[in-house]
Design a protein around this ligand. Structure first.
Ligand SMILES: *Cc1c(COP(=O)(O)O)cnc(C)c1O
Length: 442
């Protein structure tokens, strides 16, 4: 293996002719409902660089939406996947089980917050995990109501569409949605100006008056909201909700699908305020790119569902489990929690300087390697989605993959692989800085 330091490389415009030809073919074969942020067609990826069909190399500041936390081809993941694929690809854990599934559940038991007795069940996607957390909470409590929040994103299946806040594109036209889902205000310090305890009091008052605490099976929340805009609740908000849940026999479900596995500078975002969820849904970063998801939680809740009530043909596929074990091993060995915090320390001061210089960043927020800039019209808090879109496009044209998000479409979010080299991170952020300065007219 050569150890040549790879760099960003633009050989053609982005997307180049080979990618554009594939995009043409795609139009005749792939459903239009699947979008692509940046239609460059990838042929390989290594060290935080995506190589496309035209030979361009792009810096990845998106990690395939917070999935490749350990990089796109971490050796421990690749080796274990290869070895497992050579042994067997599938038996179905519900038919004849295998050790890898059990080992992943043991790891989840050790890594997730709280030292109570826990059990886990494995699935394929984040939506499936969240949906099953609700199933478990309903059986365990004998109640039906589920509380979710403004700006929430929990997935695209029927139940998780109901849990998700934003209509276009996630819900529009796809109804009817599942009943017994109630939405309350969350905590969005930049826009609501409330402290955590104040925001929690408002949400809990709504729950008690409009639903009744004794009717609620579960409160489902992202400890830092993802698609909704990388919204960090004000300190004290999550602990107040968790405390209310424990006093009312309500299952507190943390959706850590995007925030989990070292992304925010700790193994889970719940750790930042010492919140111990009753159930925790994980996916994305868990398995270095292979489809795997989990619900982990209190043994007495998890075991309330009788045998056969949970599962799925592919849930906890042996190759995906092997990838998860390699991914977790890499996070430990490379201290990727510490690396994530280092990314915040590098990026935030630089973007803060740009915010002061341009006046177009209303709020800069995030933890670890889950960082966001919310763009507004200068001197106001009015969202500027058009500027946000132009900045993202300029980054793409320069060979840097950034994603946007937010209820108002005005947030640039950064989710680099936690293993990204300091050089590539520096270069990626420089490109973003230039794009902001140019598009903001500074
Ligand atoms: C991505 C995401 C989901 C859905 O996960 P899928 O694997 O796409 O089904 C659920 N919750 C959160 C917070 C997410 O970011």
């Amino acid at each position: 293996m050569t150890t040549q330091l790879a760099q960003r490389r633009l050989l053609t415009e982005i997307p180049g002719p080979a990618s554009r030809a594939l995009q043409e073919r795609r139009g005749d074969a792939v459903a239009a409902g699947v979008g692509s942020v940046l239609p460059v067609y990838i042929t390989s990826a290594d060290g935080g660089l995506l190589t496309d069909a035209d030979g361009n190399r792009l810096i990845d500041l998106g990690s395939g939406i917070a999935v490749t936390n350990v990089g796109h081809n971490a050796p421990a993941v690749v080796d274990r996947v290869r070895a497992q694929a050579a042994e067997f690809t599938h038996t179905c854990f519900m038919v004849t089980p295998y050790e890898g599934y059990v080992r992943v559940c043991e790891e989840l038991q050790a890594l997730t917050p709280g030292d109570h007795a826990k059990r886990s069940v494995l699935f394929n996607s984040g939506a499936e995990a969240v949906e099953n957390a609700v199933k478990i909470a309903r059986v365990a409590t004998g109640r039906q109501a589920v509380v979710v929040f403004d700006h929430a994103y929990h997935g695209r299946t029927n139940l998780t569409m109901a849990l998700t806040a934003k209509s276009v594109p996630y819900k529009h036209g796809f109804g009817p949605f599942a009943p017994e889902v109630y939405r309350v205000p969350g905590s969005y310090p930049y826009r609501d100006g409330l402290t955590g305890p104040e925001a929690a009091a408002a949400a809990l008052d709504r729950i008690e008056k409009q639903i009744g605490g004794d009717q609620v099976a579960a409160v489902v929340i992202e400890p830092i909201q993802g698609e909704g805009g990388f919204i960090e609740p004000a300190p004290g908000f999550l602990p107040a909700l968790a405390d209310w849940c424990s006093r009312h026999g309500v299952v507190f479900v943390a959706d850590e699908v995007q925030t989990g596995f070292c992304r925010t500078g700790d193994w889970f975002a719940s750790n930042h305020e010492n919140v111990v969820p009753d159930l925790i849904a994980t996916a994305k970063g868990i398995a270095g790119g292979l489809p795997l998801a989990a619900v982990t939680g209190r043994a007495e809740l998890m075991d309330a569902v009788p045998s056969g009530g949970l599962g799925g043909t592919y849930g906890g596929n042996p190759i995906a489990c092997a990838a998860a074990l390699g991914s977790i091993e890499t996070m430990h060995a490379e201290r990727l929690d510490v690396a994530a915090r280092g990314i915040a320390d590098t990026v935030l001061p630089r973007l803060r300087a740009i915010a002061e210089r341009t006046g177009v960043i209303g709020d800069l927020r995030g933890r670890g390697a889950m960082l966001a800039a919310e763009f507004v019209k200068p001197g106001t808090n009015e969202p500027d989605a058009a500027l946000t879109g132009r900045i993202a496009k300029a980054c793409h044209a320069a060979g840097v993959v950034v994603l946007t998000c937010g209820t108002y479409g005005n947030v640039v979010r950064l989710l680099p692989p936690l293993s990204l080299s300091a050089e590539l991170l520096d270069e990626g952020i420089s490109v973003l800085e230039q794009a902001i300065l140019a598009e903001a007219g500074k």
